[in-house]
Design a protein around this ligand. Structure first.
Ligand SMILES: Cc1cc2nc3c(=O)[nH]c(=O)nc-3n(C[C@H](O)[C@H](O)[C@H](O)COP(=O)(O)O)c2cc1C
Length: 439
């Protein structure tokens, strides 16, 4: 069968557009409405999406402008996806969990549990936290710096995956006749002692259906790419142009060989923000409806956060983006992308805030299903992507539009599945089941 693209449904309460919650067709209380999420999961699964994807931050914004944004109340991703595992059967479940404000044992245990609960559909989006405010909830005055975060992340990953191999696949014999619950020769105690962690093990969860949940990484700086090359099986990234995405794709795939990995063992899935209409004019009009709802101060607050936790409220809205130091707390790759965008198009602060109000800097497409499919096909066939993590302005409407229009078009072109190939997330993504390192 010819190569087909992978799709993730990036769920976010009322939708990705910062003003979506104010739209008449959007349930403003969606962030904590399980029925809403259940519907999203079922729409995505009916459309054969590979995964649901849930981002996270372990802090709520506190600046005054936060009271005008729907960003302060939402479900914790692992809890949400555990509940969704019970109302879905085939779709993958990727939750974000930070390596900066967690302990590896907790993370290993929860994701192994989700993998068991879901019959092998769990994925861990390993992030290092791009929100400086998180530090204040974990006994620190300041966020951990960029280099230190990645150093901790690397070791965190080693410990988590080591714990996932605590038990061989057939360790639990549970033989009532002999009284042997498990075979002690198939137990492996990790005994990890490192720079950041000391973890004895073993994990108190049997090896999970996928062997190990799928490792997803979202970070695209130099350090982020190196960690991805070493550890990730899926990479979520923000790219704005075909040429930029091609360069990122070639760079990251090119780093795999030195870790003994094949190009196929890592799937690169840029984010794409999509507004779909029956006609191009209708799509533009839909997009404009959301844009009209953005207060300039809200757009600029979002911009400041995405540039790496800067307060831009003291700068004139109609002035240029001020010179900012390299962020040490946020995403360096996103800061670069947004700064380049502002310079290239000579945008004022308010214009840039408005520009990213929907897709936060991700590649954005507004058009008919065929127009959108053309661009996705181009990126997929020209070495820029193995698939896409799809962001829609509002939920559930935007996801329905994408499923009914764009997915159907991709299927007609033979670029996307019409039935799941496998039972587990690994099987559907075409990723091998990892060997237990102790065997
Ligand atoms: C596309 C993308 C999505 C991300 N999503 C999250 C997230 O949901 N939660 C989070 O704490 N960090 C997120 N991050 C940031 C990561 O934590 C990253 O490890 C770190 O902040 C630095 O990113 P960088 O390597 O681009 O500098 C994301 C990064 C990218 C590029």
């Amino acid at each position: 069968m010819s190569r087909q693209l992978k799709l993730g449904a990036f769920l976010m309460a009322t939708g990705h557009h910062v003003a979506a919650w104010r739209h008449p067709q959007v349930p403003a209380n969606a962030g904590l409405d399980f029925a809403h999420y259940k519907r999203l999961a079922q729409i995505a699964e009916a459309a054969k999406f590979d995964t649901l994807f849930v981002a996270d931050s372990v802090a709520a914004p506190t600046q005054d402008i936060a009271s005008r944004m729907a960003r302060s109340d939402h479900f914790e991703p692992l809890t949400l996806l555990s509940a969704l595992s019970a109302v879905t059967e085939r779709i993958g479940l990727i939750a974000t969990a930070t390596t900066s404000y967690n302990e590896p044992y907790h993370v290993a245990r929860k994701f192994a549990s989700l993998d068991h609960l879901s019959g092998g559909r769990a994925g861990w989006n390993l992030v290092t936290s791009d929100n400086a405010a998180e530090a204040l909830n974990f006994g620190r005055d300041e966020h951990i710096g960029h280099a230190e975060r990645y150093s901790r992340a690397r070791e965190f990953h080693q410990v988590v995956t080591g714990l996932w191999d605590s038990w061989e696949d057939d360790a639990f014999v549970r033989d009532k006749a002999s009284g042997a619950y498990y075979d002690p020769s198939k137990l492996h105690v990790l005994d990890h002692v490192g720079e950041h962690f000391r973890v004895k093990g073993p994990l108190n969860v049997a090896r999970s259906p996928q062997g190990q949940p799928v490792i997803v990484q979202a970070g695209s700086s130099e350090t982020g790419r190196e960690l991805a090359a070493q550890t990730a099986e899926v990479v979520f990234t923000a790219q704005t142009s075909l040429s930029g995405a091609q360069a990122f794709y070639a760079d990251l795939k090119g780093r795999l060989a030195k870790y003994g990995r094949s190009a196929d063992s890592l799937k690169i899935m840029p984010g794409v923000f999509v507004v779909v209409g029956q006609t191009e004019a209708e799509a533009q009009e839909k997009c404009e409806t959301f844009q009209q709802l953005v207060e300039p101060e809200v757009g600029v607050a979002l911009l400041g956060r995405m540039l790496g936790n800067f307060d831009l409220s003291k700068y004139p809205l109609d002035g240029p983006l001020p010179e900012l130091p390299l962020t040490d707390s946020g995403q360096q790759s996103r800061q670069k992308l947004l700064t380049e965008l502002a310079g290239r198009e000579n945008l004022t602060l308010a214009e840039l805030g408005r520009r990213i109000a929907g897709g936060r800097g991700h590649y954005s497409l507004v058009g008919t299903p065929a127009q959108i499919a053309d661009r996705l096909q181009e990126w997929f066939e020209q070495g820029a992507a193995d698939g896409f993590n799809v962001l829609v302005p509002h939920l559930p409407g935007g996801l329905e539009d994408f499923a009914n229009g764009v997915v159907a078009e991709l299927q007609r072109r033979g670029l996307f599945r019409t039935e799941y190939e496998g039972r587990t997330l690994r099987e559907n993504l075409g990723l091998a089941r990892p060997q237990n390192r102790f065997v």
